[in-house]
Design a protein around this ligand. Structure first.
Ligand code: CUK
Ligand code: CUA
Length: 766
């Protein structure tokens, strides 16, 4: 112990003095050439590397939110570095974040139950950033679950999932999430037609009883939650409504959906019928659906829309009568519709065609005004003829899927699935400007803020379905491949391949990084899932174990490096509810909490309060500990849940310490502490001699160090009091705790000092 203390003090001194080794610039050029030669890199490679490489501490210009496909999560990464920053748990339990393990997040997942059943995954497809005036505002992200028609709200204040809503009518969705220009509504269209009821309906009644649809979920920006009571759904024919996009600028108030299988074909291979893929692609065209949500909202507000399944449903009959819904032929089996940044055109690409079709919003509106319809579909919905609505169609390559816009007016990029390429073209002139082969079959593609009213261009990411031979093999299940492409010049340039080790990401959206201002800590005692003070919050020194309503409530705290309480005693069969508040104020001082065999794993970020509730059904000893390496004494951040057999009398006798301490031990420890304090004083002297107030991260480190020094001071008092009574056992133990706090202080101080040195702080005169 004594030796270790001395060594630690010596190490602190070395760290304080510091050493710098300068590289020799003379050799830099030849070293670079050697690396290029050894690794077989061309000058083009070096240029691509220079465009993406981000040195340590560097930040990215854009942050991408990508769907995580079948993982039920979403993923954030930076551009141009392509460094993955975080997977955020949405529909799927995820232990690192404690999601689906603590009571608070279990309540969020429970909102997503269907017919009373827990659904512990999602098939996420289309993330959408919240918008203000048609531009991303950096406040929220929404994501859909295609398999179980649900929408989730993630708050970008802390990147946590706050709400899950289940569609009251659909049995799948695909056309979500797409937001209206001020996030008034989040669009969610169904995909596979199904009855609106949850009972059995035979396929022979497909045309009469199966339905598609489009829900406009009302979003309340002030509270950051969807309002199911103010949301409404358009009943639609049993076509497979696919993706959505909201009108903007001149087309504000309207929504657009492409569709496939307007043949309403019902398969049945086992009965000798040709498969769905044959019957769903026999017609030459499908339908673009056009809906007027602004007018629908007025009808809802005026009380003219009836509720079905507890939610507003605008029947097809009502849509036809009120002029809320129209159809327009579109290319065969299309995939997606994209409204141009100026809101004047809608672009639809047909997977089984090689053309992208450009529709004119003005022409669509004129046809509606003139009641110029070529016919009506079998459900009576007016059809606007293609000749009337189409501006032009452009041959962009075989299997065009999705579109995304450039900052240059009229220019967009289309993903070409079959040809595995990106086509750059101009929808205003109809000219193809450039093509770039990619590896391999591309699905969506994404430019920077590319679906807003003011796209940034700059970079494009191809979200490739397959990676095949691009990466080191990791078994038959391959990662997907996101390819970064420089689109700042006239020709597209491929820069980088990023394997995506998660489910299949369908769509992604990139926001300017500086629009995101997430918190570094919560207000102390915060329930992050309800965004309110937790009723179970606990302050330092107020920790307690109480029995209320047959539940043992443990009100505990976490701070470097101990869990209070360190022993929890309950009886077999009791329900235990442990509530933990992280008292840290310091950035990134998260503590975890895992317990043997109870399926308990919590993540408690600074300020947060989380709870876990379980039945202690078996007598025994259950160690618990912190799962984040939070300090040098992290391994000692531990405790025991003791589940006593019924009727057992707790033994409150003294616990025999493994080591006995003498007065000499105590005095030696005090000497170490005094030496350590010298080191701390020197670091403090250095920091306060600098303009550290100009560096907010250092200011918060100093705040944290001051906290720790305060705790050291408390322990010092306890050590001295015990020594005064001649109790050297406790004097030594408290002196050691005093030293633990000093070590934490010194650690933080050194981090502050390093930061100042790296950021060229200046000496200031006092
Ligand atoms: S989808 Cu998967 S590539 Cu769900 Cu938008 Cu097109
Ligand atoms: Cu807290 Cu480790």
């Amino acid at each position: 112990m004594k030796f270790f203390s001395k060594l630690a003090v010596a190490l602190l001194f070395v760290a304080l003095v510091g050493m710098t080794i300068s590289p020799s610039p003379a050799n830099a050029q030849s070293a670079l050439q050697k690396v290029m030669k050894d690794r077989g890199l061309t000058e083009k490679d070096m240029l691509a590397a220079a465009k993406t490489y981000t040195p340590t501490g560097g930040r990215d210009e854009y942050i991408v939110c990508s769907s995580g496909g079948q993982s039920g999560q979403i993923m954030f990464y930076g551009i141009p570095s392509m460094r993955i920053l975080k997977y955020v748990a949405v529909f799927t339990p995820e232990p690192w974040q404690g999601y689906g393990f603590d009571d608070e997040s279990k309540a969020v997942l429970a909102q997503g139950r269907i017919n009373g059943k827990d659904i512990t995954y999602g098939d996420t497809h289309h993330p959408a950033f919240s918008e203000t005036d048609g531009n991303y505002d950096g406040k929220f992200i929404f994501i859909n679950d295609k398999a179980n028609p649900r929408i989730a709200v993630v708050d970008l204040h802390d990147f946590e999932t706050k709400q899950i809503v289940v569609n009251p009518f659909f049995k799948s969705d695909h056309g979500g999430c797409f937001v209206t220009p001020n996030t008034e509504y989040i669009m969610e269209a169904s995909q596979y037609a199904a009855p609106y009821t949850s009972d059995f309906v035979p396929l022979s009644e497909f045309n009469e009883k199966y339905r598609g649809g489009l829900t406009y979920w009302k979003f309340n920006k002030d509270i950051g939650r969807i309002e199911p009571d103010n949301s409404f759904t358009f009943e639609m024919p049993p076509y497979s409504q696919d993706l959505s996009d909201a009108g903007k600028g001149p087309s504000y108030g309207w929504g657009f959906n492409n569709s496939f299988c307007t043949e309403r074909y019902v398969g049945g291979i086992e009965k000798g019928r040709p498969p769905y893929e044959a019957g769903c692609s026999s017609k030459d065209t499908d339908f673009l659906h056009v809906t007027n949500w602004l007018k629908a909202e007025e009808l809802v507000k005026a009380g003219k829309v009836k509720k079905v399944n507890g939610a507003y449903l605008i029947t097809m009959e009502q849509s036809i009568k009120e002029g809320l819904m129209y159809l327009i032929p579109e290319p065969k089996s299309p995939h997606g519709v994209d409204v141009t940044p100026d809101g004047l055109h809608m672009i639809v690409a047909g997977k089984l065609d090689s053309h992208a079709w450009v529709y004119s919003f003005e022409k669509i509106m004129k046809a509606i005004k003139d009641k110029n319809f070529e016919s009506h579909d079998p459900y009576g919905i007016p059809i606007i003829s293609l000749d009337v609505a189409l501006e032009r169609s452009v041959n962009v390559g075989l299997g065009p899927l999705h579109n995304q816009f450039d900052s240059v007016d009229g220019v967009l990029y289309t993903s070409i699935y079959v040809d595995s390429q990106i086509t750059k073209w101009n929808y205003k002139t109809g000219k193809v400007l450039d093509t770039l082969p990619i590896h391999y079959n591309v699905g969506h593609l994404m430019t920077m803020e590319g679906d807003t009213q003011t796209p940034d261009g700059k970079y494009l990411v191809a979200l490739n379905k397959l990676s095949i031979d691009r990466f080191n093999p990791v078994g038959p299940l391959h990662p997907q491949n996101h390819q970064l492409i420089d689109i700042s010049g006239s020709q597209m340039e491929l820069l980088y391949d990023m394997p995506v080790p998660l489910g299949e990401p369908h769509y992604a959206a990139a926001i300017k990084a500086d629009k995101l201002q997430p918190a570094v800590r919560y207000k102390v005692g915060w329930d992050s899932r309800t965004d309110q003070k937790s009723p179970y919050r606990c302050r330092a020194g107020r920790e307690k174990i109480v029995r209320e309503d047959g539940v043992v409530h443990v009100y505990g705290t976490l701070i470097r490096s101990h869990i209070t309480p360190e022993t929890i005693e309950v009886y077999e069969g009791e329900t235990v509810s442990i509530h933990l508040t992280n008292l840290e104020r310091a950035q990134d001082e998260t503590h975890g909490f895992a317990m043997y065999s109870q399926n308990v794993q919590l993540s408690v970020e600074p300020g947060k309060t989380v709870s876990t509730t379980f039945v202690a059904d078996k007598a025994g000893v259950y160690p618990y500990y912190c799962t984040e390496f939070c300090s040098a004494l992290h391994l000692e951040m531990q405790g025991y849940l003791l589940v006593m057999p019924k009727g057992y009398k707790p033994d409150d006798g003294p616990i025999e310490d493994g080591v006995k301490y003498t007065k000499a031990d105590y005095e030696a420890q005090v000497a170490t502490n005094v030496a350590t304090q010298d080191v701390i004083n020197q670091v403090v002297g250095f920091i306060t001699s600098q303009n550290y107030q100009d560096f907010p991260p250092v200011v918060s480190l100093v705040e944290d160090a001051t906290d720790q020094l305060g705790f050291a001071e408390e322990s010092k008092g306890k050590a001295e009091a015990a020594a005064a009574k001649g109790d050297y056992q406790n004097a030594m133990l408290w002196a050691n705790q005093w030293w633990q706090y000093q070590v934490k202080t010194a650690d933080i101080g050194l981090r502050a000092k390093t930061y100042l040195e790296e950021h060229d702080s200046k000496t200031v005169k006092k």
